[in-house]
Design a binder for this molecule. Structure first.
Ligand code: NAD
Length: 420
């Protein structure tokens, strides 16, 4: 017997959404499979003179609504299946936000902590050399993801420019500002989630001083901690890959950021009444808002019953398994789903691409204002749809996206050939 694959799990959400829409069967057939996934073994020279190879992928899941868009992850556990699942989610996320994009994703199977900076640069450039025919500003547009950042996007944009012989900043987003990056991209994922929480706070029953637990303290986790703390929320526990810490009276954001810069938030344990926790204990810390901001499948059937929060803000992609979703729903815990909650990142990536193509750059206030209005517009629509149909916010987000995707697929010419 085969275990249910990650992509199959993701596809259950497509099936669930399809039940609420009267769709042409061709639409589901098109969205059930990735359009293309390319696999390459990257070979780079290491600092000691040896050569080492790494598995790498790029998936273009669906491009009906525009060029495919999605980050590149550097992680030792990356697999083709993870890449395809993440690309599926990107397809729906871009449709949720009504961005003119399809969904894509890439990864290199590598532990970036074991590479020097020069080796990382060679690996990043090798990725672009291998996939230069697949990516392109009107074809497939990468961005940062787990363990990749603006410096890496800068190297990649530079490599692409030298391959095609001209500066092409719109080929990649999340670049350094000096190379055509957008102001406001750095904290966009967290900021989008923050605007959503602010907009729905009343409906969600979140009040000033609400207690927050954050899992993962990288780009998404650090910025959401800062934004929520500055809005009066109390961060009571956080974790990173080294472990978790807890303080019922609240953690100091500046100290957390400084500790993470030195290596790990766990170094704060033992001072100011801060204790350490295991990863699973973090999930069940008493709080109002739980923010998974690390990796997928972190809230699963064996720990979902322990969640104490009344609201879960999914900044990570796929942090709650479908089984855990049911457990949370049965306990009336509201989940703000990833394809909406963390869509701020790809939305500001879209702004970056627009600015690159215009050659005209916006002040950060414009970026924030446009992001806020788009998060509120789609958040309101999904909230209303969930109320109207009596379904979860996740199902509503999928229905919302699927109706846009179906409209585009049909407009491309999915006619009922044999029935008319
Ligand atoms: N950065 C973005 O713009 C963006 C956009 C959309 C979605 N996301 C999603 O958000 C999540 C985090 O991405 P990021 O960009 O912040 O990555 P990042 O690499 O900056 O940070 C990841 C963090 O997770 C921590 N971590 C790893 N394994 C962990 C574990 N087992 N328990 C607790 N913490 C763990 C790491 O220590 C690190 O602090 C991912 O699911 C990513 O796909 C990110």
């Amino acid at each position: 017997m085969h275990a249910v694959s990650m992509l199959d799990q993701a596809l259950t959400r497509l099936d669930e959404a399809a039940r609420h829409l009267n769709l042409d069967a061709d639409v589901l057939e098109k969205l059930k499979y990735p359009r293309e996934t390319t696999k390459v073994r990257l070979m780079i020279r290491m600092d000691d003179g040896s050569r080492k190879s790494f598995m790498a992928w790029r998936c273009r899941y669906d491009d009906t609504r525009g060029p495919t868009k999605g980050g590149i992850r550097f992680h030792p556990d990356s697999t083709i299946e993870e890449v395809e699942t993440l690309a599926f989610w990107m397809t729906f996320k871009c449709a949720v936000m009504n961005l003119p994009y399809g969904g894509g994703k890439g990864a290199v199977q590598v532990d970036p902590h074991t590479l020097s900076k020069a080796e990382m640069e060679r690996l990043s450039r090798a990725y672009v050399q291998a996939f230069s025919k697949i990516i392109g500003p009107d074809r497939d547009i990468p961005a940062p993801d787990v363990y990749t950042n603006s410096m890496i996007m800068g190297w990649m944009a530079d490599e692409y420019a030298s391959i095609v012989g001209e500066a092409t900043p719109a080929v990649i987003t999340g670049k350094p500002i000096a190379l055509g990056g957008s102001l406001g991209r750095e904290d966009a994922t967290a900021r989008g989630g923050f605007y959503l929480v602010q907009r729905l706070a009343k409906e969600l029953g979140l009040e000033a001083g609400a207690r927050v637990v954050i899992q993962g303290f990288g780009n998404a986790g650090q910025h959401i901690a800062r934004l929520l703390a500055s809005d009066g929320y109390k961060i009571v526990a956080v974790s990173d890959s080294k472990g978790a810490i807890h303080s019922p009276t609240g953690l100091d954001i500046e100290k957390l950021l400084a500790a993470k810069k030195q290596g790990s938030v766990t170094s704060l344990a033992g001072s100011d009444g801060i204790s350490t926790l295991s990863a699973d204990d973090l999930i069940s810390v008493d709080c109002d808002l739980l923010v998974p901001a690390a990796l997928e499948d972190m809230i699963h059937k064996d720990n979902a019953a322990g969640v104490k929060a009344s609201v879960v803000l999914e900044l990570a992609n796929g942090p709650v398994t479908p089984e855990a979703d049911e457990i949370l729903a049965s306990r009336n815990i509201v989940v703000l789903p990833d394809i909406l909650a963390n869509a701020g990142g790809v939305t500001v990536s879209y702004f970056e691409w627009v600015q690159n193509r215009q050659g005209y750059y916006w002040p950060v206030e414009d970026v924030h204002a446009r992001l806020k209005s788009m998060m509120e517009r789609e958040g309101d629509a999904i909230w209303a749809l969930a109320q109207e149909k009596g379904i979860s916010l996740r199902s509503a987000a999928y229905v919302h996206a699927l109706s846009r995707l179906a409209g585009a697929i049909e407009a491309h010419g999915t006619q009922q050939f044999f029935t008319t």
